[in-house]
Design a binder for this molecule. Structure first.
Ligand code: FAD
Length: 409
């Protein structure tokens, strides 16, 4: 089937964490690789919440996808894919791109769970641009003396990180009142350790309320209605409810019905077509309960690309073994947690670890080409650690206020 004399054609749909890592693994000398993505930039999503407080700017979290792909010797097509057969991808502009093997890495989309009014009245925070919109709304409200009620819907990792950034920038402004809402009865309910208690401890004396164990029924311009009949007035509502499957999966017939993640086996091959691999957030590998995380997407990208090489070489494919890595969760300048499988650590100094992950992640995507490049990145890391984290430890008088490191189990 793959005994062609020309280089085998590999098309990667979606140039995010998973797709670009797959592209990095496939060498241009051996494969004719095309990456398709409608957006010109790859965004470093794990840090986009920092745009909300202004400690990071959009440009620091975006890289030009075309440059990254071309540096690898591959082609980049800036289009959205809307259909897929076992031989070609159909693009929004009507073009068809033929392939021998295709890797689908289209990620996830914002999940509003069909809540009425959520798409119109709540602000999503899944991209640099969306976080810039939130930052502008908050900044504008800070210029007025009118009371501004800010609500974060979603007390998972993304919601808590965004809430931390809001508090970093606005907790001392008297016109702001804050509420976090979640259907779970505690914050970060999927994380080990009593992180809920740790976070609430930091907000005891602030104008912060928690609406936990409550299901949102509707969002409108005035606020939120809950299924128990209660309501909450809200001027700025952020939505951080989680991830839903990208509609492309159903359009491409990679799922049985719309709204499903794509089932794959341990080698990432789709159940429907042996020359289509699905990775990253989009995939639901059989028998593995993987969280939708960048580090899994990166590992899947590499593993799937190796299987693509094996398939093209007629060799047996290998099953993926997920790694387990600790995750750093920041709570603005108030605390930082490192979450392991069954316990968590809390320490203000861990914030520098998140900065290091951010810089190393950028290096991994765009490796420094020379000494000058490397120095530039190190300089950026140093500046960024200073700007984001040193305000909490400097001047020395503030040192006592730094939360003490502790194990939360
Ligand atoms: C706010 C936020 C904070 C996060 N924080 C963390 C964290 O701290 N740690 C962590 O590990 N993970 C974190 N994550 C999760 C992590 O970002 C995702 O798990 C990861 O991005 C998944 O990688 P992916 O390649 O599957 O998808 P993505 O990185 O989302 O890439 C998907 C790509 O597919 C493209 N695409 C979509 N549809 C099409 C189409 N039809 N045709 C062509 N291209 C298409 C998109 O434009 C996008 O570039 C966070 C996510 C968010 C949103």
């Amino acid at each position: 089937m793959f005994g062609m004399s020309k280089k085998p054609r590999v098309v990667i749909i979606g140039g995010g964490f998973a797709g670009l890592n797959a592209a990095q693994q496939l060498k241009a000398s051996r494969y004719d690789v095309t990456v398709i993505d409608p957006s010109p930039h790859i965004e470093w999503l794990p840090n986009i919440h920092e745009i909300i407080s202004g400690v990071k700017k959009g440009d620091e979290l975006r890289m030009n996808r075309s440059i990254l792909v071309r540096r690898l010797g591959h082609s980049f097509v800036m289009q959205r894919a809307h259909g897929l057969t076992s031989q070609f991808v159909e693009l929004d502009n009507g073009q068809r791109i033929a392939f021998d093997v295709c890797i689908v890495a289209t990620g996830s989309v914002n999940n509003t769970f069909g809540v009425a009014g959520a798409d119109q009245h709540a602000l999503p925070m899944k991209s640099v641009e969306q976080c810039q919109v939130i930052a502008r709304r908050l900044h504008r409200a800070s210029l007025s003396h009118r009371t501004c009620r800010v609500t974060v819907v979603g007390g998972g990792i993304e919601g808590v990180e965004a809430f931390g950034e809001i508090l970093r920038a606005y907790r001392h402004r008297p016109q702001f009142e804050f509420t976090v809402v979640d259907s779970a009865d505690r914050l970060l309910s999927h994380c080990p350790g009593n992180l809920d208690g740790a976070i609430r401890g930091h907000t005891d004396r602030l104008r912060v309320e928690y609406g936990l164990g409550k299901e949102v029924e509707e969002v409108d311009a005035e606020g939120i209605c809950f299924t128990d009949g209660s309501a909450l007035e809200s001027d700025i509502t952020l939505w951080s409810g989680g991830a839903a499957p990208n509609p492309f999966l159903a359009q491409a017939h990679l799922t049985d019905a719309p709204g499903q993640w794509a089932d794959v086996n341990g080698t990432f091959q789709s159940r429907q077509r042996e020359n289509v691999f699905i990775i990253g957030d989009a995939a639901q590998p059989q028998g593995m309960a993987l969280s939708k995380q960048a580090f899994h997407a990166i590992d899947m990208g590499k593993a799937a690309a190796q299987n693509v090489e094996r398939l093209l070489a007629g060799k047996a494919l290998r099953d993926f073994t997920p790694s387990s890595k600790p995750q750093v969760v920041t709570f603005g300048d108030l605390d930082t947690f490192m979450v392991f499988r069954d316990f968590a650590l809390s320490s203000g100094v861990l914030g520098a670890a998140k900065e290091a992950i951010y810089t190393l992640g950028l290096w991994q995507l765009a490796p420094p080409k020379n000494g000058k490049d490397l120095l530039h990145s190190l300089d950026l890391l140093q500046k960024s650690v200073r700007r984001v984290y040193l305000p909490t430890v400097n001047p020395l008088a503030l040192l006592d206020k730094l939360p003490k490191s502790k194990v939360l189990s």
